[in-house]
Structure formats: C-alpha cells, structure tokens
Design a protein around this ligand. Structure first.
Ligand code: 13P
Length: 253
C-alpha cells in the first residue's frame, strides 16, 4: 500500500519569517483535520531550518529543492546532501524542469543526484516531463521513458521503491492548464511498466506523483487517478489554506 504524498515546491518564494507564519497556519489546519497523506514542504535553502523547527513534533516533513552531488569542498554557492541531512530533510526534489532549462542541468548530473540522495538516506523526488511540442508529436512516453532511464541508471532494481517520480508536463507548470487525471494515470502506468521491464525493479512500491497547475479545485480528480500517488504543487502551495485543502483531498483521519 503506497501512502499518498503531497509535496509543496515553493520554488524561489518565501523569506524565513514568511515561512514561519505559513507553517504555523498549515500545522493548525492539519491538526484540526489531519490528512491521510504524507505532507512535505520544500522551501528555499534559507527557510529549511525555520520550516523544520515549525514542524517539530508533528507529522509534517521538510524537504529541499536541490543540492550538489559532491560531499564537500570548493563549490561556491552550492549545498551538499549532508547539509540537508543535518536539517532533517527527508526528501529532495531533483531534476525539476526549471533546473534543467534555466540552469542547464543534464540527465547525467540528475542521475548522479538521485544516486547520492539515496546513498544518504534522503528520498529523491525525480521530476520528468515532456514539452508541448514533444506532446504534439506523440512523443510523450518516449521522452519520459528516456528521462527515467538516464536518471535512474545508477540504481539497483531493489532501490526503485526509494525513489519518488513526479510527472510534470512542462506545459502544465505554472500555466493554469493542468494535464487530465487520465493523462497522469496513463503516464504512471507506463512509467511503472517500462521500469519494470527494463530494470526488473519493484515498481509497485514506487510512488508516482503528478505536478502542474494542481489546485484545490482540480485536486479531487488527481486524488482519484489510478496509480497516481500524490501531487507536487507549486503556485497553490504558497497559500497554507489552499495547500491544506489539497492535502485533505487524500482523505482525513
Ligand atoms: P505549479 O503548481 O505552479 O504549476 O508548479 C508545478 C511545479 O513545478 C511543482 O514542482
């Protein structure tokens, strides 16, 4: 049984004081009506400690949006996995399309990050997704299949359940135009089958999320999608009330 996972990706938003207010509100809301989903907030590095402290003693988790896969050293401006570990991060987003497009991250680097995160006991949330033109050419599955294989190639089949895959079509991110739940379910099924065949791994235990313009208005659809185990939320996660509503769509205790 895969526990649903609801992840906030704040991207480059929220100062540390703003994060503190937000987390107090989120904690209150989810204490009143606790969700069955596991809830994770991934703030910018500068607010990780604030979020961690605000969530102490609750089931809420803190994660990160990125790291550099070297243990330590002369990498000005970067943050290592052990630094995230020291702040109790349980999850780290890896290979987000914004990092691939704006910061030139390659599949090679992303594959390295997936491996280093797992070796350090932090669950990577690997983002994959196709562009609109790839979609129009009917290449969605081919593109996603290729991204998965290159980014997961360093793993042993038995390590697959330690990865979370987030299907985030690029055209759905921040556009107000989400994929359909049917698209998400089909892609999740395809990803499981492909990894099962090529890596002979236990893909039934691996969680697959959907991301891209998820809101409290459309969450019911995704929460009901077969084989889709949760969501990765950008814009709507910046509001604690909206994010709590999304988390509660997975059922309340
Ligand atoms: P939006 O929810 O703002 O579309 O962002 C999705 C996303 O990129 C989450 O990682």
């Amino acid at each position: 049984m895969r526990q649903p996972l609801v992840v906030a990706n704040w991207k480059m938003n929220m100062t540390s004081p703003e994060a503190k207010d937000y987390c107090q509100r989120l904690r209150e809301l989810l204490q009143e009506t606790p969700t069955l989903a596991e809830v994770v907030v991934c703030p910018p590095f500068t607010a990780i400690e604030t979020v961690r402290n605000a969530f102490l003693g609750s089931d809420l988790q803190v994660g990160a949006q990125n790291f550099y896969p070297a243990p330590k050293g002369a990498y000005t401006g970067e943050v290592s996995i052990s630094m995230l570990k020291a702040l109790d991060c349980r999850y780290v987003i890896v290979g987000h399309s914004e990092r691939r497009l704006r910061f030139g991250e390659t599949a090679e680097t992303i594959g390295e990050k997936v491996k280093v995160a797992i070796e350090n006991g932090i669950t990577p949330i690997l983002c994959v997704g196709e562009t609109m033109s790839e979609r129009s050419l009917g290449m969605t599955e081919k593109v996603i299949g290729q991204q998965l294989l290159t980014c997961l190639k360093h793993l042993q089949p038995e390590q697959l359940p330690q990865v979370v895959v987030a299907y985030e079509p690029l055209w759905a991110i921040g556009s107000g135009r989400s994929a359909t739940a049917k698209d998400a379910a089909q892609l999740a099924k395809y990803a499981r089958q492909r990894l099962q065949r090529l890596m002979n791994g236990n893909t039934e235990a691996m969680r697959i999320l959907y991301g891209g313009s998820v809101t409290p208005e459309n969450i019911q659809e995704f929460a009901a999608a077969e084989g889709v185990d949760g969501v990765l939320v950008g814009g709507a996660s910046l509001n604690a009330d909206k994010f709590a509503a999304i988390a509660r769509a997975y059922g309340v205790k």
